[in-house]
Ligand binder design. Structure first.
Ligand SMILES: [Zn+2]
Length: 229
């Protein structure tokens, strides 16, 4: 009888021990999961604020602003692209590669022309224009340093083999119709100068993430409209 009692007691101890270990493990896992979730949320917020960064003639960037994770995407560039302007912000590299590949799969060849431009480069371009054409004309054609969206590394001017990227060409029409699927918008659409401050540019696409891009495309609005500024 004593032996049976001992066995039962041992079994009870083992049973509760097992439950104790199990509960502890589950609690620990839950704790880790909620920790991971918190981190993801922070990352998502950081990504969103990058994706929706607004630069226009009212909103500029500092001299020292350099996009995160600048990298050269794996796409073909036009022969006259300088090394600096082949770079894009890290978050935009993969979506851009996917966009260019999807176009190629449909028989449309898109070439990168000009993406990132540093504050210094923009300053050079701007000052040269001022020298050659005067400040007034320069201001109407070239963004002042800090006020070009190209400093964000989130946009790129696309071209084609003929370096003639205008509305009605196969390439420009494909881009206008499909870029939102990859998180891009035509940043300066036709007839929206009052909103963007810039004339129609079919070649200039801006990465804003898929959600914003689809909304902007579906509602035929601009990034300024979207951000309500
Ligand atoms: Zn551009």
């Amino acid at each position: 009888m004593k032996k049976v009692f001992k066995i039962i007691l041992s079994l009870i101890i083992i049973f509760f021990g097992a439950i104790y270990i199990l509960v502890n493990t589950v609690l620990k896992e839950n704790y880790n999961i909620s920790d991971i979730k918190n981190n993801l949320t922070k990352e998502t917020i950081n990504k969103k604020s990058q994706e929706l960064l607004l630069v226009n003639d009212q909103n500029g960037l500092g001299k020292d602003y350099i996009p995160e994770g600048l990298t050269i995407p794996n796409i073909k560039f036009s022969s006259n692209s300088a090394n600096e302007e082949k770079h894009v912000a890290g978050i935009m590299a993969k979506p851009l590669e996917k966009l260019v590949k999807a176009a190629k799969d449909e028989g449309v060849t898109l070439l990168g022309n000009s993406a990132y431009r540093s504050y210094k480069s923009q300053e050079k371009v701007y000052n040269n224009r001022v020298k050659s054409q005067g400040r007034k004309l320069a201001d109407s054609y070239v963004a002042k340093p800090g006020f070009s969206e190209h400093q964000t590394g989130l946009c790129i001017d696309i071209t084609n083999k003929d370096k003639y990227f205008v509305e009605g060409t196969k390439e420009a029409d494909w881009l206008a119709k499909n870029c939102y699927k990859f998180g891009f918008i035509i940043r300066y659409p036709k007839g929206k100068k009052t909103s963007t401050g810039i004339d129609y540019e079919p070649w200039h696409i801006r990465y804003v993430g898929k959600e914003a891009a689809k909304y902007i495309y579906d509602n035929k609005i601009t990034l300024e409209d979207y951000l309500n500024k």
